[in-house]
Design a protein around this ligand. Sequence first.
Ligand code: C2E
Ligand code: MG
Ligand code: MG
Length: 615
Amino acid sequence: MVNMIDEYNEIINNTPFIQHILVIEDQAQRRTIILDEANYSLGRHSSNSIPMYSRQASRHHATLVRKFNNKTNQYSYLILDGDLEGNKSQNGIFINGQKCLIHELADGDLINFGCDVNASYHHLGRRDNGLMNAALNLAGDPNSESQTLDNSQGNNLIKSTLILSNEDTVNERDEDDTLEDQSYLDTITGLPNQTLFKEYLYIAISNAKRYHNCAAILLIDLDNLPQIYQSIGQEAGDRILKEAGNSIRKRLRNGDIVARWNETQFAILLPQMNDTQNLPNIVQRIILAIDQPITINQQTVKFYPHHAIASYPKEATDSVEILNLVEKRLTQVKLKEQSVATFTTGTTPDLQTPNRKERVERRLYRALEKGELALFYQPQVNLKTGEIEAMEAFVRWQHPQQGLVKPSQFLPWADQTELINPLSQWILQTACEQNRQWQQAGIPALVISVNLSAKQFYQDNFSNLVTEILKETGLEARWLELEITESLVLDNFEKAQTIIQSLRQLGVRFSLDDFGKHYASVRYLRELPVNKIKIDQSLIAKLAENSQETEIISALIDLGKIFHLQVVAEGVENQTQLATLQNLQCFLMQGYRFSQPMKSEDAKNFLLLHRSTSP
Ligand code: C2E
Ligand code: MG
Ligand code: MG
């Protein structure tokens, strides 16, 4: 070893200020080479100045060419695929994960030769003697990343003129019988695939060990990718995925690698870090690259990425361990998110913590995409005719862990995020489609009643949106009823009037839900062009003969009659309530007394059984 260091010192004193170092590793050995010749050929054949010990390497696989820069008075090295005659290698060269034919090497570049031969390039100032000594101190290194390293052959620091030519292990054949390797690039994104990433990781950890650096892996999972493909199609999906890969790459430093890890995941290798203190910031910057909505073919989609990080040497001792760790962490992150059980009945959402808001929004968005949301339907019955006059739609979340979740447990959360509009639109669209399907199944037409959220109702183009949905689903406007509440109306009475007016002109119906719960103002009834009032279930629940509530309900029913409105009692649960309401001349009712809200299929069967005549 002492001799080697002496030899190195002699070399370094006779070389220019910048040292160009190539660390090359193949099945046989790891070599550190100080580059100072004008050209180097690299390949499987022993005639190469840097032989490569792999059947998958071409006989003359790559060439290094020195290039002088007059301005800086320094030289650099270009790497070319193939030889100087222009013959390309079979499997190509990949610099930092990108396949290329020619590349000017920069400090920290990772090179893969389309097979199990990897190299890294470094340039060091002469003062970096410590680093060079570390590079030198290779033979028998107990921390070596390589398990297959043949120490008897030694890991050598080689000055170009001293390059070992190990003829025994280099396959000399006349014809180029390079083994064609499996592809190293992902066909959709053009990024390195998992195999190539692992090669880079291996060499990165080896380097980190020797130079006492840190390295880290970031795994990013886009688990709503299949849903995105489903909604925008294969071609647009591929483009978005490629775009996502490019956005990540743009945020990386030279020498960092982004690869397509699997169907929905990207892996990022950060091979040269002095410490990991700044890692969270770096990761944040990378994540931001794909946490933005992307518009393609006039459709906007958004990834909701999960990610996990692991670092060497703090958390893992080799490339296998760091990979296992980061994969395990990602699985944990995803499981944790799936079981977000933060929806507690009756609590007002506290979304002040940005993370929490984001988490809930993300989880709900995925629920929507994954088809975990469903509409349930409850009939409105006319006791005079015995007919079902309408079905009201209620949204439910069929949560994989928590079972059926009621809207009061998640709608208030959604209401505080941007998600409420796409969610509400989905509800409206699904309800209209459902009603049209019932009609197509031969069930005499009836009204579908849909609850509106305030944000949805007051959004700029709400009337157009409803018109559009009716057109798309082929449902006549008269079979759609929209339920608004008094408190919604109070937000902006004039605007509410205008919106209702414009939709009424189309034929859409309106009902005032939860009537009597808070205000039951006569003014609303006079000035709001609604068709129906629905007496709040809290009043119906207290309904008993001669109670004060009975008198209030009686007054509300009369009020409805005065303004020529239909009156529905909601939350009717028992025979006493039913009979009392009939006595008060209220015949439209809805509640468990008749049916619980039913899922689509059950609602259809219910209608086939009970709805016989046309209205
Ligand atoms: P709402 O529109 O007044 O709906 C009546 C609620 O009472 C529904 O609860 C229904 O399942 C329940 N219910 C029906 N019959 C009875 C009964 O006999 N007894 C009792 N105790 N309850 C009965 P749900 O589905 O939990 O909905 C609660 C509220 O959430 C709804 O009040 C509505 O304001 C809102 N909501 C439900 N679905 C949607 C939706 O799709 N969009 C919007 N924006 N809001 C919705
Ligand atoms: Mg309602
Ligand atoms: Mg109600």
